[in-house]
Structures are given as C-alpha cells and as structure tokens.
Write a protein that binds this ligand. Structure first.
Ligand code: SF4
Ligand code: MG
Length: 346
C-alpha cells in the first residue's frame, strides 16, 4: 500500500538540561495504508514515548527535539504534523489519527453515561450535526465495537473492563480516523477478553480501512496481527521487516533473544533462552552498541561504534512476491549491508 505515515529520524528528549535523557533516538518508520505496523520492545524501550510523540500528546519535560512526521491523507495531501498549531492538531488527532491507551478504560468519566461520552466526542468536532444524527451515530459506533445499542444509558461502572475498553475504541473511531494507535490496549484485561477485543479491532480495520500502529510487549500477538514489525531497544529501532520474515528468521541478537523468550502457541516447543540482564539505564548507556552488555555475540567493533539501522538483503518468497524491506542495526551484518549498498549504487 501507499505510505500514510512517515516518521523520519524522530528524537524525543526528556530529563533536565544537565541530565538529558534520549527516550526516542532517531527513529524512522513507515506505516502503509490499511496495514498494521507492530512495535515491540521491553518496557523502557521508548515504544510508548514514541506513540505519544506521534500524536504529539507527550507531556513536558518530554520534547520532540528533531525529526519529521509526515501524514498523507486520502486526498493525497501531505501534512507536516510537527508544524500543526494547537487547533489543527486537535482536529488532526480526531479526524486523522486517534489513540487507545493501555489505561483507556479507566479514562471514562464515572458520572456520565457511556452514550453521552461518545456523543461528546462527536459534538465537539461535528457542530453541524443534529441531535438525532448524533444519537444514531452513537448507536452505530456501539454496534460496531460489539456493544448492544441499548447500553447507551449505562454508566462505566455498570460495564465490564472489556466493555469499557470497547467504549474507548468507539470514541477513538467516532470521527472515522485513518490511523489508530493502540498502546498495549488490552494488557489490563484477561486473555480471552484481550483476544476478543484485538479480533474486533482487526475486523474493524478490514471493514473501515484504517491503518494501525500496534504497540505491545506481547510478541506472539504482534507477529500474528502485524504486516510489518519494528523492534525497539534503548530508544532505537534495532530491526524492521515483514512480520513473517521476522518470525522465521530474526536477525538482531536482541530479536533472537525476544523470540526465544516466549513460548510458541503452536508448532514445536522452543527452548526458552531469553535475554540475560535488564534494559540499560538511558542516562548511562554503554558506549557503542547499546545492547552489547547483554549480547552473546558482541565482538571488537561493538563497544566502539553504535551500529546504524541499515537494509539487509531480502529473498523473494515462493509466490514470487516482492520482498518486504528488512533492516537491522548490528555489526554482524556490516559486510552484507556494505555489499547491498554497493550493489544498489552500481
Ligand atoms: Fe551484539 Fe555487537 Fe550486534 Fe550490538 S552490534 S547486537 S553488541 S553483535
Ligand atoms: Mg508502555
């Protein structure tokens, strides 16, 4: 599909002037229309900060200090998201891109009926709509997310956690956005309910045609749902590629560790190797590759040079489909990457 959101070298800093912390360190990612881009990494890898920054909902002291966010709407016009003023940004957030947070289901107002809360979102952005039309839209949204329309009068506490999360999804969909960002949308719910909600989101994606950025630490769910995957470590993207390629042959030692550290739901049992140690302190990153203190393959260049994220060769699949681009940030691939770059230059 064509590109709907292009993130270029995005940097988010927080902390104080004398102790700056780089939470997102030069992230470049591409979201294609109608697709799911999955972002995974341990907590503290910068994935939530990235989600907030994309919607510009990050709070001070977090600050976007460099980079570009380019959004291309259905009309083909490209918007520079970082240049939007507050008013434009408010509209952008509802009409083009909305977000469902981890704790979203607790964000509902406890003393307002859920139908009224969905209606408020519509009214703020569609002042010309009649009360009748709004009420009909609320019922439509509730049906879309799988809640009986006769629950419009319910208060949040009268609904289960799963139902409250569905209400939040209805609110996110209220203005028919083109992109939905899901930051651990179901982690607070039990596994069966999580599954139902995620399946509902995917069904709606196919039906309504929006694109999704899905952020989670649940790698098995991510691989199953995503078209493309990005793995984050210490604020950087260390590997990107098609979900199926990533699953069959993870390239970065961190990705290999992550994949080894979760049990597969089907197929042969894998040895749970896991990853030794814990994520680094962003205020005191090791020199060179930030993963080197945990990496079983670290060698001479690793403490010296921070490996950039560069393309690696891909293989055309059995159906002859064009290979999805893959990239990895690791010195083990320097020779392959150089050969590829040379080939591309000729
Ligand atoms: Fe390991 Fe070196 Fe690759 Fe970093 S660059 S992941 S330390 S091999
Ligand atoms: Mg998070």
């Amino acid at each position: 599909g064509d590109v709907i959101l292009q993130i270029n070298d995005l940097v988010v800093d927080y902390g104080s002037a004398d102790q700056p912390v780089r939470a997102v360190d030069g992230v470049s990612l591409t979201l294609r229309r109608g697709q799911v881009l999955g972002i995974a990494g341990e907590s503290g890898s910068g994935k939530s900060t990235l989600a907030y920054a994309i919607t510009r909902l990050h709070q001070p002291p977090a600050q976007i200090t460099a980079g570009q966010l380019l959004y291309t709407g259905r009309d083909g016009e490209t918007v520079d998201v970082l240049a939007l003023d507050d008013r434009e940004l408010t509209d952008f957030r509802w009409e083009e891109l909305s977000i469902v947070f981890q704790s979203a289901m607790n964000a509902l107002n406890p003393i307002l009926r859920v139908g009224a809360q969905i209606e408020d979102a519509i009214e703020a952005h569609r002042p010309g709509m009649s009360g009748e039309e709004r009420a009909e839209r609320v019922r439509e949204l509730m049906r879309l997310v799988g809640i009986s329309a006769d629950r419009v009068g319910a208060y949040p506490h009268e609904l289960s956690g799963g139902m409250r999360q569905r209400v939040m999804i209805a609110i996110a969909l209220a203005l028919d956005p083109e992109i939905i960002i899901m930051d651990e949308p179901t982690t607070a719910l039990d596994v069966v309910i999580q599954r139902q909600i995620v399946e509902k989101i995917m069904e709606l994606k196919d039906r309504l045609g929006f694109s999704v950025i899905f952020i989670t630490h649940d790698l098995s769910m991510l691989i199953e749902l995503s078209d493309e995957i990005a793995i984050m470590y210490a604020g950087r993207v260390v590997e990107t590629g098609a979900a199926r390629d990533f699953y069959s042959s993870p390239q970065h030692p961190y990705s290999q560790g992550l994949l080894g550290s979760f049990p597969t739901l089907s197929g042969p049992k894998k040895t749970l190797t896991g990853i030794v140690g814990s994520p680094p302190d962003l205020r005191a990153l090791p020199s060179g590759c930030p993963f080197r203190t945990r990496c079983p393959h670290a060698f001479e260049p690793c403490p010296v040079e921070d490996p950039p994220l560069l393309p690696i060769p891909t293989v055309r699949d059995a159906d002859g489909d064009a290979p999805a681009p893959r990239a990895v940030a690791c010195h083990l691939y320097t020779a392959q990457q150089a050969a590829l770059a040379e080939g591309a230059a000729v």
